[in-house]
Ligand binder design. Sequence first.
Ligand code: KG4
Ligand code: ZN
Length: 346
Amino acid sequence: MPLLAFETSCDETGAAVVDDDKVLSNVVSSQIVLHAEYGGVVPELAAREHLRNLLPVAQLALREAGISTQSLDGVCATQGPGLPSALMIGMKAAQALAFALERPFLGVHHHEAHLYSPWISGSPPVADFSRFQPNVSLIVSGGHTMLVHVLDELRTQVLGATLDDAAGECFDKIGKLVGLPYPAGAAIDRLARDGNPAAFSFPRPLINQPDHDFSFSGLKTSVRYFLRDRPGILNDWQSIRDLCASAQAAIVEVLVTKTVRAARTAGVRCITASGGVACNSALRAQLLTACTGAGISLRVADASFCTDNAAMIGILASRRLRLSAQMSSLDADIQPGWILGGTVNN
Ligand code: KG4
Ligand code: ZN
């Protein structure tokens, strides 16, 4: 059952072809260079780029999969949440194609699709997804930081989320203070490898709170005040590495502690993680250590499926079409503020 999937919720234009639980192609065109100049994603520029790139990206995905549009059994796209003008491009293109081909269309939830990205590659395969439920999933990127209890494939419950900045946003803002280009997470990760994580002490916001929410804006502010009081730090590369390692250690400790606590509270034996920040080497290593110590299995998405991609959209849609025969209307609207688990009028 080959499906064509589009993802345009933020700054990656993605198209993928999936066939049941297999990803036949997954093409992503990133707009990072375009937005770097502005220090963050500019919604109207993102939409214009999606418009320019979606067709070539889709054609490449079809060519790589060796599939013609006529052999597709359906078309799907991210319906929300995301930037309204960006979502509109992928969703309306998918609906128009489904209409022209007389095939079903399914609009899917971006965060729900992230729950599948750890299972796209590796073993056991996504076909065994149900064996690993319930689990607790950490979705951590520049736009979101949340913990989700996956009860079964059709039922999820958000346990907690950030009250202000996402963890990736915190990496990016600290990077800006240090003088690194946007997005700064990967550069901080690299610099931190040769830095001392105990060199400077930064707060671990909400780490001792029993709830599952996060807050990262205070941490970024404390780095700003730290640099205001010690501007000389930025003149020396080793101090910059130590600063990156120390700030990263604070973010990672909060994420790991709260994720493992949430899994324990929910009584689950499996943790998964995805989203751009889940590429972070310290986060991956420390999650593994904590999970091993707690007797919990860990499944982190492959780096290529951590960041936004259409393969996860296609895998979710494919399973939904098979499990619940769910379809969306060809004139369903985008849902920029769609809350995971919330109903949507399709
Ligand atoms: O999932 P993603 O591509 O897009 C959304 O934000 O939805 O995630 C991008 C975020 C950026 O904030 C970036 O700085 C962060 O992920 N990131 C990292 C790493 N690689 C990307 N943060 C920490 N360590 C990394 N290795
Ligand atoms: Zn995402």
